[in-house]
Design a protein around this ligand. Structure first.
Ligand SMILES: NC(=O)c1ccc[n+]([C@@H]2O[C@H](COP(=O)([O-])OP(=O)(O)OC[C@H]3O[C@@H](n4cnc5c(N)ncnc54)[C@H](O)[C@@H]3O)[C@@H](O)[C@H]2O)c1
Ligand SMILES: O=C(O)C(=O)C[C@]1(C(=O)O)C=C[C@@H](O)C=C1
Length: 296
């Protein structure tokens, strides 16, 4: 028997892979929201959400979407958050919980926190779950199951509001952890943002080679290269905003990676077989660790 819905009205601002997955989960379990209101920027997305019938109401105006909501979840690219926060702030009900799903957290505290009125609770969150797909058709109810969701509440955040957002994600099937936003951004820079930057870049390098050589290169891509291309197929706007909103941590991790890559290059040039083998072996160790953690 589903528990009572956690929230009366949840407004999802942005309705793509993540927003659509939350909406589908809420429909599936019945214990997250009594009513889901969907907002998106494009009329095409709004029309598709109506067709899919996975929201109780669809609103083009974010200000109208949040009226009377006791929970608002920002599910747009993080670069849109300041604009959205500006638009909704005057229309938020006292006691409303504003949260998000953004892949960066310091930028969310910077862009949203200062704009929210007194009496509104702010609990940033980040579900560590996703795919390379985007848009209202891409979400699914089980996306968050067995995955972590990281909460980065600002100092002095209302404990009851933090717990309610934690419960929302537990009801989505996630494990929940709380951490500092700066630590979140450094961790995600190495386990998510840099891997995507490398995948996007290597695809460009291979494409350039094909152009220069005027011969088939990509035709001969084996499964290894294809593995890179899965995440490289992710949404350009989302990842543009992630890179630009976690610049410092991403550039730090890229610098460290570049040093390590240079060391590997030097080992290849001078035939340091032991160094090369040791570095390669670490990859297998990491993979096994992720499998044991059920995160692979
Ligand atoms: N894709 C992933 O794997 C993943 C995983 C975890 C968190 N996230 C985060 O979730 C958020 C949404 O990502 P997604 O994968 O659902 O993206 P998506 O592209 O599938 O959906 C984004 C939605 O936001 C809307 N939107 C775009 N620009 C907007 C604007 N300026 N104002 C209002 N709405 C706008 C789009 O119409 C769409 O409905 C991002 O902040 C992303 O960092 C993504
Ligand atoms: O599985 C994927 O395709 C993802 O990229 C999901 C992924 C990631 O693992 O990097 C991407 C961005 C998010 O903020 C969280 C998760």
């Amino acid at each position: 028997m589903a528990e009572q819905p956690l929230f009366r009205r949840v407004a999802l601002l942005g309705f793509g892979l993540i927003g659509g997955s939350i909406a589908r989960r809420a429909r599936q379990t019945g214990d997250i929201a009594a009513e889901i209101v969907a907002n998106a920027r494009s009329e095409a997305t709004l029309a598709r959400v109506r067709e899919l019938g996975i929201a109780d109401r669809v609103e083009a105006d974010p200000a109208r979407a949040v009226e009377g909501a006791d929970c608002v979840i920002l599910c747009a690219p993080v670069g849109a958050y300041a604009e959205l926060a500006q638009a909704i702030a005057p229309h938020l009900a006292p006691g409303c919980i504003v949260t998000d799903v953004g892949s960066t957290k310091q930028s969310v505290l910077r862009d949203v926190g200062p704009l929210l009125p007194e009496g509104v609770h702010f609990v940033p969150a980040h579900p560590l779950a996703g795919t390379e797909y985007s848009g209202p058709d891409s979400g699914f109810a089980t996306l968050f199951e067995g995955r972590w969701c990281l909460l980065t509440p600002p100092p002095g955040a209302d404990e009851a509001a933090v717990e309610k957002v934690a419960e929302l994600w537990r009801r989505c099937g996630s494990m929940v952890e709380t951490m500092e936003a700066a630590h979140h951004d450094r961790v995600l820079a190495i386990v998510s943002h840099l891997p995507h930057l490398i995948a996007f870049t290597i695809c460009g390098t291979a494409d350039d080679l094909e152009g220069e050589s005027r011969q088939q290169v990509l035709q001969f891509a084996a499964s290894g290269f294809r593995d890179f291309t899965r995440i490289a197929a992710s949404d350009p706007v989302m990842w543009r905003d992630v890179f630009l909103n976690n610049r410092e941590a991403l550039l730090e991790m890229l610098a460290r990676f570049t040093e390590d890559a240079q060391a590997m290059a030097r080992a290849v040039r001078w035939g340091d077989a032991a160094y090369i083998e040791d570095k390669i072996r670490r990859g297998r160790i990491i993979r096994r660790s992720l499998i044991e953690l059920k995160q692979a």
